[in-house]
Design a protein around this ligand. Sequence first.
Ligand code: PRP
Ligand code: URA
Length: 207
Amino acid sequence: MDVNVVNHPLVATRLSVLRDKETGDPEFRSTLDELTSLLVYEASRDLPVRVGEIHTPVSPAEGYQLDSPPLLVPVLRAGLGMADAARRLIPESTMGFVGLARDEETFEPRAYMESLPEDLSGSRAIVLDPMVATGGSLLHSCRLLADRGCEDIMIVCVLAAPEGIDRLAESGLPLTMVTASVDDGLNENAYIVPGLGDAGDRLFGAI
Ligand code: PRP
Ligand code: URA
């Protein structure tokens, strides 16, 4: 699996704000929104475009349109914190949803909702979730997409643990990843170290 770790000063500074335990929830939300724009910009670099003729006030010129815009798939809850920024950047996109909560004993995801097009053959998807820890949640989400025929799945996350990357890479699914950092690993609670804590709780509160 191709993993693109975005090396950019603006990504590094915003990631530091997210990691800092002194960052309050409102600033966490706005900073995740900013960071998502930077990551989706990178993730969309190779989207195919259609070329046609447009007319400037002065002359004809080459114009571009996205050819088959991607399906954006935020993984609830925490992925919702990335959805607005991704949609702003690619307004031509459509959006589907997967709802998962990780069981804090087995660390496996429990699915509670999905809303996805039935047929995704020949299409591409950008899956949004700030955290890839064991990789179980992303594996479940990406399988749903691949089972519907999606042939090109880009994962956009803030942090990925090596354990999660290995699990996704071994799945054989058509995956690539854009991330702000590959962290050191997981602790005994399957939290990413150094990580940023519980992304869903910092965005929406502990429930
Ligand atoms: C978090 C996170 C990922 C998942 C990562 O969600 O947003 O979806 O855990 O862990 P994994 O790689 O080990 O599966 P969580 O299940 O805590 O739900 P939330 O987004 O509702 O807080
Ligand atoms: N989910 C989170 O929100 N953070 C982690 O470090 C691992 C899973």
